[in-house]
Design a protein around this ligand. Sequence first.
Ligand code: 5GP
Ligand code: ZN
Length: 146
Amino acid sequence: MDGCIFCKIVTGEAPAIVVYEDDLVLAFLDIRPIVAGHTLVIPKTHSATLDHLDPDLAADVFRVGHLLARALRRSELGSDGANLLINDGRAAFQTVHHTHLHVVPRKHRDIVQFGIGFVTRRPRGREQVAAHIREGIQRLNAEDAQ
Ligand code: 5GP
Ligand code: ZN
């Protein structure tokens, strides 16, 4: 859709650090991460809110969120869990109006770090973080293939 930053990322008109891609779904690092590894999963087809998102595509988005949450646990980022979240609509503080699933890695007792990150939202070592996530996906795929 014209003027949608996430559609521009899908077409390559806008930059993003992509960690996962298939025919239907794209996942890339959030530009203002709460913590290292904060990733956004989007359907490649534009839909502003869940109200307009095809249910099968919603399942595909969650499939990739699930993959990332598992991959993060296996990555050098060393997550112990993750928050998966969709802000659906302005009422829910959605600011980019192309549906997206946040995947935010969490560690045991990270509440202070999480709180600081929630305020500062400063990216650090983005390419390295992305490499860790991609490696986590490879580890997961190898494990699942056994
Ligand atoms: P929302 O509040 O809509 O759920 O969150 C939108 C998210 O998109 C925010 O976390 C914000 O940092 C992220 N974001 C906004 N613009 C861009 C962009 O151009 N590139 C990337 N990678 N993330 C973006
Ligand atoms: Zn869009």
